[in-house]
Design a protein around this ligand. Sequence first.
Ligand SMILES: [Fe+2]
Length: 632
Amino acid sequence: MKYLFLLLVAIPNFIFAQSAINNLKAPFYHGVASGDPLIDAVIIWTRVAPININKSTINGTWKIANNVNMKNVIQSGDFVTDNTKDYTVKIDVQNLQSNTYYYYQFEALGKKSIIGRTKTAPKTNDSERLRFAVISCNNFQHGYFNAFRMISNRHDLDAVIHLGDYIYENRESNQKNKRIKRDISPTTEIIDLKDYRMRYAQYRLDEDFIKIHQQHPFICIWDDHETANDSYKDGAQNHQPHEGDWETRKAVAKRAYFEWLPIRNHPQQKINRILQYGELADLIMLDTRLEARDKKPNDMYAPSYMDSSRVMLGESQRKWLLDALDNSEAKWKIIGQQVIFSELNVGWANPFDRLKTENYLLDIWDGYPVERLKIIAHLEKKQLENIVFLTGDFHTSFAFEVTKKPLNSTVYNQETGKGAVAIEFVTPSISSSNFDEVMPNYLSRRFEKCLHKSCGGFPFFYNKNPNPHMKYADLDRNGYLILDITAEQIQANFYYVKTVLKLSDKEYFGTALATKSGKYHLEFKPENTSKTNIIPAPLNINNFEMPQIISGIHQKSDNIYCQIYTKKSNKEGDFCLILNDENGKQLRIFPCQFKDRTVYTVHFSTAELPKGKYSLSLNLNKNERFYFEISD
Ligand SMILES: [Fe+2]
């Protein structure tokens, strides 16, 4: 049995001196990020790629300023990081002014990070308008993160709310199923801590991912794919017994999430929390996945469907939520959560097997009807105003008036919204597959049309509106929504990107819906996200001038994974990664031809390599070497 022992030996300083570009990018390959703004504090984040893995700690400094050129530094400090947190850095900067833009930067190993921009939350009376981007579901293999770039170009936002599926755990798709060539690493399904860390490291090399984090603070919650598909407290659809113990997998997935995201640390790694935005809004973030969720039911027509013991939030989180709603003094109580809360009727779409079709969709709140009814009953009883659910997960755009019985006209009036107890906006996916990618185009369009209208005819033969509480539906487009909030109304503006199949900066306004304060009635509105002119963090990210870099190598069993970021495509026949022995003798050249900018991973087995020291380098810069060692 061989033990592979990675040794990222210090890259000599003279190499950096040879390349101004390298000076700018190393060792902060993954940029910067910020998150969880309070009125007087915000998290700032970075990662310092280890140059020498044997060096147990890396020391560095951070600073925060109120001007973009970092001249007017108002606070600074030191940090220490190491392998126990995957060389990530998270600082909870305190004693800041409310409702204020700040700029921040890190320094370590003699190099500076890019400058990030962030913003603190407003206190009472600070702000008459709030604006959030609401996003979810950025699957790297399914498409480019063009929507991230469009959001990074906006300078009118208080924060970005990410509702989950920040990474996907799946193995690399086989060649014939690929719509685009976007390689992931590792190529296998991620299961242990090294896997999850490597996947975050790979996703976060994406240039548009770096840009969106650089410009805006994030408020994040996980959904299922940060652990495994359709996860719940005690398991997941995509977790099999041969993949080991679920509790272990869940724990390492949570750990990597807290390492890599700019979320405020929590001793039990809970993500349900409240972010207060002055007198306008409380953001109440939930964990509908890992905290307490029971396994979903298989059959909504079985008696067990109404089992009152099956929960999604669990009793203590539900009580916490209802208390938070009761005690909130904010105008709008915004619940950020993962899965569709409103009833979603789809059985009509398959006249041959209605029951089976409904049963496909029980991972959402439809699978937990008793707990949902308890929440709706509370909202009714307390007559709580201005409750808004924000939802991701479903890779579609929807707007709902939330009601106990959408099909019962004595309970709910679809013309006036009477009988509704909340509003729900479902944000489209950034890049993950939409309905038109899993079913024929014409069927997806027909399904979309008939989902909230009376259609009839081929192929559905259903003559009623199955979802009268659904006011807007789009099943096929990728994008995001901008939530615009004033004391008078809350409005969701849906934006869509032209494509996710290639890099593009084309987007367009789709539609907008709003409800007035004190009502739960959605109406279509014109776009209302007029741009403001806050100075962005410097957009010239010099890191990306280098056509190709090695951003790190990872070891797992008898395999080496080398993550390479590339901007320019190689000419055919070029080679990029070279394996040398310790005497500098070239052992192997790995072919890699890049199309478009991408993150590329070369992996190879070391099982046949004899004991010794080895190095990897790119032929564009043979002096920049990463070393590893194999020993018995
Ligand atoms: Fe998703």
